[in-house]
Design a protein around this ligand. Structure first.
Ligand code: SF4
Length: 357
């Protein structure tokens, strides 16, 4: 059986009322399913993944606010949509919770998806971060919506921040703490800027380096637990993410969260919609990552080579045309030291383990 978990990222929603800082989503570029048969083919494909042992985990419908996109109901009510949704453990939707239609949506989702586990990415406008009153308003809006919903499971929305926000260095620990204090959850970070059609590699690289610097400064020892920071864990590489937009499939590298880009470099050449096409892509990326390793400046002797290869960072480096580290390496070292199972007294080296037996 396959050990992999699969998350499906469906960029189907068209339009959004908001203009959150740092958002790079092309709001009107998603046109639902490119062809009616794409939904049928996706169902067949996901069933095949499932037959091969993949655990179908999250089913994310985005990329815009589902409450204000113009085609949300059309997508939800398409023939066989529920069949596809039902293959996954949970459905994820993006929203700010701010729209006046929240009540109507709570009602709709509570009846149309009563039998599904639903959760939300709560997109936070970065301009609210330094303003406790605005964060408090976001909490009230969120809680009002959730209070109106009648789901069998209680959703607990994940706060989501656009990583390029405001283009400034910031105190990540402070940001995380204030979001946690008011919204009850630590924020996730996403490079939505990578979804833009005209974003330059340079701009994306700068955004990555800026967030890395912030993490390198903020993560130390116990503080690591105050941040959502899963990169470098043993589960790296066991989560598979595939993104669909307008009839094409894309493969996001993982840096803090899936970094979805619609550039050719991340385009999976899928013709027959078969599992083998996705697995061949994964294997090729992995092989090329290791073969090109000696050309990277920092990676050959790095402790995170395996994690970065599995997360697709070497391919991302190539796309960004840099040979330097693009991960928050200092933070990773401290995070791993703070959270490693070896801390519990398990000797770190094989020799030490042999000596202790
Ligand atoms: S990208 Fe950075 S963390 Fe990853 S292997 Fe290279 S040097 Fe190490």
């Amino acid at each position: 059986m396959s050990p992999f978990h699969l998350d499906l990222i469906l960029d189907l929603l068209h339009g959004c009322r908001w203009a959150c800082g740092g958002c790079g989503v092309e709001k009107t570029a998603q046109l639902g399913w490119a062809a009616p048969e794409d939904l049928d083919r996706t169902i067949a494909l996901m069933k095949e993944f499932s037959r091969q042992g993949y655990v179908l985990d999250h089913f994310e419908i985005g990329p815009t606010d589902f409450m204000t996109a113009s085609n949300t109901r059309e997508v939800f009510e398409q023939r066989r949509f529920k069949e596809l949704q039902g293959l996954f453990r949970s459905t994820l939707l993006n929203t700010t919770f701010l729209d006046d239609s929240a009540e109507e949506w709570a009602d709709y989702l509570s009846s149309a998806m009563a039998d599904r586990r639903i959760n939300f990415f709560h997109v936070i406008d970065p301009f609210a971060l330094g303003d406790p009153e605005r964060l408090e308003l976001l909490r009230r809006k969120r809680d009002r919506f959730l209070g109106l919903c009648r789901f069998p499971h209680d959703p607990f929305p994940h706060p989501l921040l656009n990583a390029e926000f405001v283009g400034q260095e910031f105190d990540l620990k402070q940001v995380s703490d204030s979001v946690f204090r008011i919204l009850g959850r630590k924020p996730y970070h996403t490079f939505s800027v990578a979804r833009g059609a005209h974003v330059s590699e340079r701009r994306l690289l700068q955004a990555i380096e800026r967030l890395n610097r912030n993490f390198d400064r903020a993560v130390n020892g116990e503080d690591a637990k105050a941040l959502n920071f899963y990169y470098g864990s043993q589960r790296d590489g066991l989560s598979r993410h595939y993104a669909y937009r307008n009839g094409q499939w894309y493969w996001p590298p993982i840096l803090y969260s899936p970094l979805v880009s619609f550039c050719e470099d991340f385009h999976i050449p899928v013709k027959d919609w078969k599992v083998e096409e996705f697995e061949t892509w994964e294997k090729t990326v992995m092989m090329e990552s290791y073969l090109g390793l000696d050309q990277k400046t920092d990676c050959v002797d790095c402790a995170f080579t395996g994690a970065c290869a599995k997360n697709g960072l070497f391919k991302l480096q190539d796309y960004l045309d840099t040979k330097n580290c693009i991960a928050p390496r200092e933070a990773l070292h401290r995070w791993n030291a703070a959270t490693s199972a070896f801390r519990a007294g398990y000797p770190a080296t094989k020799d030490a383990r042999n000596a202790s037996t």
